[in-house]
Structures are given as structure tokens and as C-alpha cells.
Design a protein. Structure first.
Length: 227
């Protein structure tokens, strides 16, 4: 009965609105927000927009938790047109396939099972912690592999098995940088105001100072990781 009412309500919305609603609910889920009834809504919307195949794998809960630190950097658009700092959302699916099948297949399988069980038990905080641990393992493994030019070439070749886009390798390296600066990016997101009430030098200066401090911390961390 409740499921039928949910479907009836959702059908009153336009398809773009339903798609945006799903993205927002998933974002709130990753941030730890508790929304009564959200599970039924997301289940209905995922059935509509995310069928089988790679898209479903990339948007599974364990994958979404893993890619959460990249959310602020994701951009939409043609995979043939890269961006300086953004990561194409369409790159996540082949990257996840590469991680799961080539980089750390056993750890990825264990991670997916662990996070799936935690979410089923409504242990969202523990699921996010598990994702953080797996992110660290992936980043360290990528650092070791990318240090060799030959290995980098092999990664390009393997990614070609999952996508025709030539930009996924670049997005993969951007992902590594984002995972290294994961904590700093989170601090930056928390420090920035949702909006500027007054566009004044003092307020802009405060924000600039905060961004500079966090950016310097990220550079130091990245530099230590390269040693």
C-alpha cells in the first residue's frame, strides 16, 4: 500500500525531477542524514533509472560510499572533453570495474560484502568507516603502481576494456589526488558558507584564508605521500 502511494507520487514528477531527487537522496544518505521513508523512494527510483550492467555496479551502495569524497569534484558532460580539476561522473563506472577486477579484486569483494551487511544492519557510520579504510588501501596500491611508467601504460590498456573514453586514466589520477586530500576536502566543504550574504572584502578574505590553510595542509600531505 505504501509502496503504491510512493510510486503514484513519484509519477507526478517529471523524469528529470525524479533523477535529481535520487541523486540528492543518495548524497544525503552518504552524509549520514536520516530521512524516514527514503529507502523506499530510492529503491523505486533506482529501479527506474539504474538497470543492470556497469551503471548499477557503479551506483551500488558500496561504490557510492567509496566515491563519496569525489562528490564535490564530479562534473557532467561529454567524456571526450576533459576538465582541469573536475572528474567526469561517467568515469566512475570503469574505474570501479578496474578496482574490483584488476587492482584489488579480493579486498574489493570483501569490502562490498562488509558494507552491504553494515547497511542492511543500519550501521551507516560503520559503513562509512569501512569505505574510508578501503579508500586508503586503494590509494596506497595506486601510488605503488603509478610510480612505474610501464605499469601506468598497463592501467591505460586495462581501462580500455571497460570504456572507450581516453580521459578515464586522467580521472583516475585525479581520484588519487582527491583521496590523498580526502580529509582536507571535507574540512574545506565544512568551512565554506552555503552562500555569501554580503560580498565584502572582509568576508572574502576570511574564506580565502581558510582555503589557503587547507590547501597548504593538502600539499604537505601529498608531498609526504610521495617520499
Amino acid at each position: 500500500m505504501i509502496q503504491a502511494r510512493i510510486k503514484e507520487f513519484l509519477q507526478r514528477l517529471t523524469p528529470p525531477t525524479r533523477s535529481n531527487l535520487l541523486e540528492e537522496l543518495e548524497r544525503l544518505e552518504l552524509s549520514g542524514a536520516e530521512i524516514p521513508g527514503a529507502g523506499e523512494v530510492m529503491e523505486t527510483l533506482r529501479a527506474e533509472f539504474r538497470g543492470g550492467g556497469q551503471t548499477q555496479k557503479r551506483n551500488s551502495a558500496p561504490a557510492r560510499y567509496f566515491f563519496a569524497p569525489l562528490e564535490l569534484l564530479l562534473v557532467e558532460g561529454s567524456p571526450q572533453h576533459g576538465t582541469t580539476g573536475g572528474i567526469q561522473r561517467g568515469s566512475l563506472s570503469p574505474i570501479w570495474e578496474w578496482i574490483s577486477r584488476d587492482l584489488l579484486p579480493t579486498m574489493a569483494r570483501d569490502y562490498v560484502k562488509n558494507v552491504t551487511d553494515l547497511i542492511s544492519s543500519d550501521k551507516q557510520r560503520e559503513a562509512r568507516q569501512a569505505a574510508t579504510t578501503f579508500q586508503t588501501k586503494v590509494a596506497k596500491s595506486m601510488e605503488n603502481i603509478l610510480s612505474s611508467p610501464d605499469s601506468a601504460g598497463q592501467i591505460r590498456s586495462r581501462l580500455g576494456a571497460y570504456t572507450a573514453s581516453p580521459l578515464v586514466f586522467d580521472d583516475l589520477t585525479k581520484m588519487l589526488g582527491a583521496l590523498r586530500a580526502r580529509d582536507e576536502l571535507a574540512k574545506l566543504n565544512e568551512a565554506l558558507p552555503a552562500k555569501l550574504t554580503r560580498f565584502e572584502d572582509a568576508e572574502i578574505g576570511k574564506i580565502t584564508h581558510t582555503v589557503r590553510m587547507i590547501a597548504n595542509a593538502a600539499r604537505i600531505q601529498a608531498g609526504c605521500a610521495d617520499l
